[in-house]
Ligand binder design. Structure first.
Ligand SMILES: O=C(O)c1ccccc1NCC(=O)[C@H](O)[C@H](O)COP(=O)(O)O
Length: 216
């Protein structure tokens, strides 16, 4: 199973989290976030990582040109769109960054919100479902209603996000079958400062629950 730990800010923490088993690290490129990192900070983390670790830049309502510039300067392998980006915008970004994974995050307010997801399946590589929060775009620690996702089965891979922790991950994965998971505040001491003991416990839980994780 793909495991993305998001909101990495420190090189030693990025390296340790990759060693613990993360397949993917996320970097917040949204300046209003307390987890915001510059290209220089992303590069400092990337330099510590083995090549097989995916490195995703998280953007919200940025211009294609802004994303291109950060992408060129920081050693990212993919882009996560966490704002109100349209399918047309996603297609334009795909032209500008071919051979780059594009993840569209959708903040799910209710079960109707799931209906609009189909319009993205031809425009991006991966979907990410996050919890809705009226003021914040992400990293909120709020969980989705996993019951509403029991039959969710889009045509492209998807990641479950939103308030996941080492304590609730097996419960979530007993109800929902994503291709991967994404955690941020649930493995933190403070925004941007990851708690390596919590990350280690997450991987212990995932190891213990292997038989539950049907889509690994
Ligand atoms: O994490 C942020 O600060 C953030 C700010 C603006 C846009 C997106 C942001 N995070 C996106 C993520 O991928 C988080 O991992 C996701 O929202 C889950 O967060 P959490 O509920 O804390 O696990």
């Amino acid at each position: 199973m793909r495991v993305k730990i998001c909101g990495i800010t420190q090189p030693e923490q990025g390296k340790a989290i990759a060693q613990l088993g993360a397949t993917t690290l996320g970097f917040i490129c949204v300046s209003a976030s307390p987890r915001y990192v510059t290209c220089q900070q992303i590069r400092a983390v990337v330099e510590q990582l083995p090549d097989n670790i995916e490195r995703i830049g998280v953007f919200a309502n940025a211009t294609v040109e802004e994303i291109y510039q950060v992408f060129a300067d920081s050693g990212l392998t993919g882009v996560q769109l966490h704002g109100d980006e349209s399918p047309e915008y996603c297609l334009k970004l795909r032209q500008v960054l071919p051979n780059t994974e594009i993840i569209k995050a959708l903040r799910v307010k209710n079960s109707q919100a799931l209906e609009q997801i189909d319009i993205y399946t031809n425009c991006v590589d991966t979907l990410l479902l996050d919890a809705y929060h009226p003021q914040q775009l992400g990293g909120t620690g709020k969980t989705l209603d996993w019951n509403t996702l029991e039959t969710f089965n889009p045509q492209i891979p998807w990641l479950l996000a939103g308030g996941l922790t080492p304590d609730n991950i097996l419960n979530a994965l007993s109800q929902v079958i994503p291709h991967g998971i994404d955690l941020s505040s649930g493995v933190e001491i403070a925004p941007g400062d990851k708690d390596l003991r919590k990350v280690a416990r997450l991987f212990e839980q995932l190891g213990d629950g292997e038989s539950l994780i049907r889509n690994s």
